[in-house]
Design a binder for this molecule. Structure first.
Ligand code: FAD
Ligand code: MLT
Ligand code: ZN
Length: 479
């Protein structure tokens, strides 16, 4: 055992995995596209152990990839042969719910575990992502995760009141929220949110809980074309109590039906919008308990009239079972696609006025690289957010990195041409790193690089994420 490994083992009281142990769950990403190895996987339990790990890695010039549930979609959470993984899986402490409905938890707590704690205290988390069983609060903070209810509760940034972070030089930045208001100097919490593990290792997250819903109803609308749906978005937004507007194409719902081996409760043609309306006890009282559906009726009628929908173009799911059944055909999209091969995943958004044209052109952009590529599209309609998954032809497991880059370039050129963004919610990671400069322009890109250099001059943290890996942390001698 070399001195590096020995020193590292001591910092985490033996909770260390090394090559030879089964570390694939830490070194291959959820999509299967990013495969790698690691010098070691350290699993600290306390902030002091994280500090000790950073100091050992500093001394030996070994870089660190902070990792939570490893469900990230942009290759940001996988290590290289010259780095270690710091997994927060053992950092799952749960604090008390404070008078202002916030709670501080360990970075390794999963979103679904936080949801259970929230519900046991009569609250909800506000953020809902299909990876909740594995995605951790540290990862959700570091990717500024979005999900299906951003239109009502905002992304992770809106939900996070404070963080505790260990920086690249081993300092502990404690901004766990204790005061309802504290307006002193730069907002360091906001800087760490969405930094994708490049500025510090999040050890604790203070989360703003929300009131639970008393009732929800899910209403699905089938539009004949994307254009029709796009023109109806303003009216869809006026559904009383609307908190989610998701979308998927009929042809991609068919893939989910095959994957779930279930008969879809909707026709698999057209363009489906999945709407969710909800009310809390308070809004129920305020509205005189008119009932969600009664209140929504006039707007539903208006949508039908505007887009000339037929009665079988609208599905109302009232019971919990019906709601689960219809929503599964949106929530299981990623799983169904990954069951058909390793996708090149893009997560973009465009101005709503270009939504329809871009949606129609994406297939052609992918096919300009591989005429036999298979493209799946779905996403968060409220934000004109597309999740584009480009699969290789049947029988081919995955694209080579070169072809994957060409596909990304063809699609992202279309998106940037429409004034869109190369990442609406998953972040940049390693996957989109070469596009960040084009997205943000010279001045912003240079300023972000200066921030990275001032926080992490030796590029100890997640080299290759956001910016090219020019780390000097890889010293010659094997650590
Ligand atoms: P990881 O994948 O472990 O890491 C992600 C990034 O954060 C990496 O750069 C990593 O270095 C960094 N990081 C992780 N933990 C820390 C830490 N403690 N300190 C510093 N940096 C850290 N995302 C959405 O936004 N919306 C969705 O609706 C959504 N749905 C999904 C559905 C499925 C089925 C899957 C597989 C993924 C989905 N995602 C979605 C993507 C992913 O779940 C989110 O990006 C999530 O926030 C990642 O959390 P994680 O703990 O898995 O982080
Ligand atoms: C989703 O909205 O389902 C996620 O962001 C996952 C994905 O894009 O695959
Ligand atoms: Zn998403």
């Amino acid at each position: 055992m070399n001195s590096f490994e020995e020193e590292l083992r001591k910092t985490v009281d033996g909770r260390l995995l090394v090559p030879g142990d089964d570390i694939t769950r830490y070194t291959v990403d959820w999509t299967g596209r990013w495969k790698s190895t690691a010098l070691a996987v350290a699993r600290p339990r306390t902030v002091d152990e994280v500090v000790d790990i950073v100091r050992v890695c500093q001394r030996h010039g070994v870089s660190i990839v902070p990792q939570g549930g490893n469900t990230g979609m942009v290759g940001g959470s996988v290590p290289s042969e010259r780095s270690i993984v710091v997994s927060t899986e053992s950092m799952t402490a749960v604090g008390k719910v404070s008078a202002d409905s916030t709670i501080t938890v360990g970075a390794g707590l999963t979103l679904s575990a936080l949801r259970e704690v929230a519900q046991s205290h009569g609250f909800e988390t506000g953020l809902h992502i299909a990876s909740a069983e594995s995605a951790t609060l540290g990862g959700i903070a570091s990717t500024n995760a979005g999900g299906a209810r951003v239109m009502r509760y905002g992304s992770a940034r809106a939900r996070i009141a404070g963080l505790r972070v260990v920086t690249a030089n081993g300092d502990v930045i404690d901004r766990r929220q204790t005061l309802p208001k504290d307006n002193t100097g730069y907002d360091l919490v906001d800087l760490f949110i969405g930094a994708e593990g490049t500025l510090g290792i999040v050890t604790d997250v203070t989360w703003r809980l929300v009131e639970p819903n008393a009732d929800t109803v899910r209403i699905l609308f089938r539009f004949g074309s994307v254009d029709h749906a796009a023109t109806s978005l303003p009216t869809l937004r006026r559904l009383p109590g609307v908190e989610a507007l998701e979308w998927a194409r009929g042809q991609d719902i068919l893939r989910v039906a095959r994957h779930l081996d279930a008969v879809p409760p909707m026709d698999t043609s057209g363009f489906w919008v999945f709407a969710e309306v909800a009310e809390t006890e308070r809004t129920k009282r305020d509205s005189g308990d008119a009932g969600l559906l009664t209140a929504a009726e006039p707007v539903i009628e208006q949508i039908i009239a505007e887009a000339d929908l037929g009665t079988d173009d609208v599905i109302v799911a009232e019971s919990a079972n019906e709601q689960r059944a219809v929503w599964a055909f949106r929530e299981s999209m990623s799983e169904a696609i990954s069951a058909d091969g390793v996708p090149v995943k893009l997560d973009v958004a465009v101005p709503i006025e270009h939504f329809a044209s871009v949606c129609n052109d994406v297939d052609a952009a992918a096919r300009s690289v591989d005429p036999d590529s298979r493209t799946a599209l779905f996403g968060h309609f409220a934000e004109a957010n597309f999740h584009i998954s480009v699969l290789p032809p049947e029988g081919t497991a995955q694209y080579s990195e070169e072809v994957a880059d060409e596909i990304e370039d063809a699609v992202l050129a279309l998106i940037l041409g429409a004034g869109g963004t190369i990442s609406a919610e998953h972040g940049v990671g390693r996957a989109k790193q070469r596009w960040l400069h084009r997205q943000r322009g010279q001045a912003q890109y240079e300023l972000m690089k200066q921030i990275k250099t001032s926080f992490d001059p030796d590029q100890l943290l997640n080299p290759g994420v956001l910016f090219p890996d020019t780390s000097i942390a890889h010293n010659e001698e094997t650590p």
